[in-house]
Design a protein around this ligand. Structure first.
Ligand code: FMN
Length: 198
């Protein structure tokens, strides 16, 4: 068994904002764990986030219920409003944010492990409760990120199931995020069947 995963570790999906060399914010979804009192982030190489995380520049965890930011990162839409709070880079839609400081680095050619201390935690908006459509969008994000690894039949049948929660519980943000992901799947499907001529 891999030494990376410990079975009792919960993973939370967050938006990581790192600072690029030119000062601009880089937005990317990451699954984070808590390990030994530190936050563990494990980026696959190559990664702009990884380069920024190792640079010593600012890095901030943002939690948001706007799933368009997750779906947008996978479909070329990363132009979200970010507020510079001095010690943190903060999404306009964020519920909470936590600036981090790198504490420990474990090198790996495929997926290094980076451990961070949380410098502070700021709560801006209350958690509104679970929304099934948001969970469906996140699941479809994961499928879209594996488009080239999974059979298209599996993706389509899982999408059909996830769509039930979309139809029953989505608001406009979830619908918009869903539509971007479906578009990416349709485009991939057309490419597979040779229907997409550039
Ligand atoms: C819900 C979700 C969780 C993700 N978690 C990780 C992760 O833990 N590690 C990783 O390398 N990429 C993860 N990704 C993919 C990255 O967000 C994506 O590859 C990103 O562009 C990182 O590359 P970049 O730093 O070059 O932007 C995740 C994507 C989604 C949608």
């Amino acid at each position: 068994m891999s030494t990376f995963i410990k079975t009792s570790e919960k993973i939370n999906e967050i938006i990581l904002i790192t600072e690029c060399e030119d000062g601009s914010p880089h937005i990317a979804p990451f699954g984070i764990r808590e390990r030994d009192g530190l936050v563990l982030i494990a980026p696959y190489r190559p990664s702009t986030s990884l380069d920024n995380l190792l640079s010593g520049r600012r890095v901030t965890i943002n939690t948001t219920d706007d799933v368009r930011i997750f779906a947008g990162a996978l479909t070329g839409r990363r132009n979200w409003q970010v507020v510079d709070e001095g010690d943190a880079l903060v999404l306009e839609s964020t519920l909470t944010y936590q600036p981090l400081k790198l504490e420990k680095f474990e090198e790996d050619t495929l997926r290094p492990l980076l451990y961070f201390n949380v410098l502070k935690e700021v709560n801006l908006k209350p958690f509104q409760g679970y929304n099934r459509a948001q969970a469906s969008v996140l699941e479809l994000c994961v499928l879209v990120s594996r488009l080239h690894m999974l059979p298209i039949e599996k993706i389509v049948s899982e999408m059909d199931y996830l769509q039930i929660a979309i139809e029953k519980t989505a608001g406009y943000k979830e619908l918009e995020a869903w539509s971007w992901l479906v578009e990416a799947i349709e485009s991939h499907r057309a490419n597979l069947s040779g229907d997409n001529f550039a």
